[in-house]
Ligand binder design. Structure first.
Ligand SMILES: NC(=O)c1ccc[n+]([C@@H]2O[C@H](COP(=O)([O-])OP(=O)(O)OC[C@H]3O[C@@H](n4cnc5c(N)ncnc54)[C@H](O)[C@@H]3O)[C@@H](O)[C@H]2O)c1
Length: 367
């Protein structure tokens, strides 16, 4: 067996904790060799918990190490492009958290730098790396839903959220936008994975909460037109209550795939997505004679879509994601969520912003 991929991780905040498991569980494949954060106590605390001796306060210093093969970037969105480009230019493979970057041009620059250096560039879209996502992808690609005709996504962030003015995730200057860039990006990316690329969008975005800064939107309605002819609808609203915090649906001419509601746990709700239910059209024409007939029409049965344990190593998406990255670095295979793929997710979000700004539909190939 070849030696493990040696990784330096930058940004030891919230999501870096979820990236730690693969390094601790699979030292034969990925070895966390160094960590970097501008806040020294955060970096030292993380390094201690991960069993890493080498701590850096500056990424360039960490990149000078010849024995690091790859960099795992877990910092703010505005830092993704400069840090990914610096890492690629230092000859390191790059795993970068979502959202890939704050503009389409930044994504192009990241892809260009990694191509020139001949290194792997992968975006950590963790929802793609569950056994359940693999099962849904196989089901859809195998024609289980028939021709995909429409998709729908809705998310709300819950009522009475704390006023967290000043957090970078609520400030478009750092996050590149609002709810679309911070949370909805997961669902839009998953829908792209299942259905394909979007070619045109028409949208309205608004900012209602005073603690959302520099135009970070908290209300969006968008119409999507996919390249394969499907249409879509995206609605998101901050500080709002709804029976389910988020869901998505994929409608085909043979049936419908629906996400399952996440369990309410103390973990981030977004990490819970990825399980699905399916309801297939039976073709049966129902006359309504009684309550049972009515129920069959109004509340059709949705069966869980079973996951195949053979599809992924683990129940933990983050473990699968990092192991997929290692495999791609080792073999040269294009990651499922490569930079070349994920620029399309950023184009979709930037297209929604552009449409809202101009009041016109936007063709994504013009971005
Ligand atoms: N996949 C998911 O479900 C998920 C969930 C949360 C966050 N994220 C993503 O992870 C990334 C980080 O988010 P977070 O919530 O962990 O943020 P965070 O603010 O908790 O952590 C970021 C860390 O980066 C450090 N940092 C800032 N500037 C730096 C620099 N120049 N060099 C080195 N370190 C620097 C900060 O000190 C902090 O420790 C974002 O892209 C975010 O969207 C993904």
């Amino acid at each position: 067996m070849s030696r493990p991929l040696k990784v330096g991780l930058v940004g030891t905040g919230r999501i870096a904790n979820r990236h730690m498991a693969p390094y601790l569980q699979h030292p034969d494949r990925v070895q966390l060799t160094a960590v970097c954060d501008v806040v020294e106590p955060a970096a030292r605390d993380y390094a201690k918990r991960a069993g890493v001796d080498d701590v850096y306060l500056d990424l360039d210093d960490m990149l000078r190490r010849a024995d690091i093969d790859a960099v795992d970037i877990c910092t703010r969105h505005d830092l993704h492009a400069p840090q990914a480009i610096a890492a690629a230019e230092a000859g390191k493979h790059v795993l970068v958290e979502k959202a890939m970057a704050n503009s389409v041009q930044e994504c192009r620059d990241m892809i260009g730098a990694s191509d020139r250096a001949g290194v792997t560039l992968m975006v950590a879209q963790h929802l793609r790396y569950s056994r359940h996502a693999a099962a849904a992808k196989r089901f859809i690609d195998g024609g289980g839903l028939g021709e995909i005709e429409a998709v729908r996504h809705q998310s709300t962030s819950g009522g009475n959220m704390p006023d967290d003015t000043g957090h970078w995730m609520r400030d478009a200057k750092y996050a590149g936008g609002g709810m679309l860039m911070v949370t909805v990006v997961h669902h839009l990316d998953l829908l792209r994975y299942f259905v394909g690329n979007v070619k045109r969008v028409t949208a309205i975005c608004r900012t209602l909460q005073p603690y959302r800064l520099n135009g970070a939107e908290d209300e969006v309605t968008a119409i999507l037109e996919f390249e394969n002819g499907a249409i879509g609808n995206v609605f998101t609203k901050g500080n709002a209550r709804s029976p389910e915090p988020a869901y998505y649906l994929v409608y085909g001419n043979k049936g419908t795939l629906a996400s399952t509601p996440p369990e309410p746990t103390r973990k981030m709700a977004i990490t819970q997505f990825g399980r699905h239910r399916v309801s297939l059209n039976t073709g049966e024409v129902l006359d309504v004679h009684n309550e049972d007939d009515l129920k069959k029409i109004l509340q059709p049965e949705f069966e869980p879509l079973p996951a195949d344990p053979a599809d992924q190593h683990s129940d933990d998406y983050f473990v699968n994601e990092v192991l997929h990255f290692e495999e791609c670095c080792r073999t040269g295979r294009e990651p499922i969520s490569s930079g070349r793929d994920n620029i399309e997710t950023i184009k979709l979000i930037m297209g929604i912003y552009e449409s809202s700004r101009t009041g016109k539909s936007v063709d994504l190939d013009t971005l």
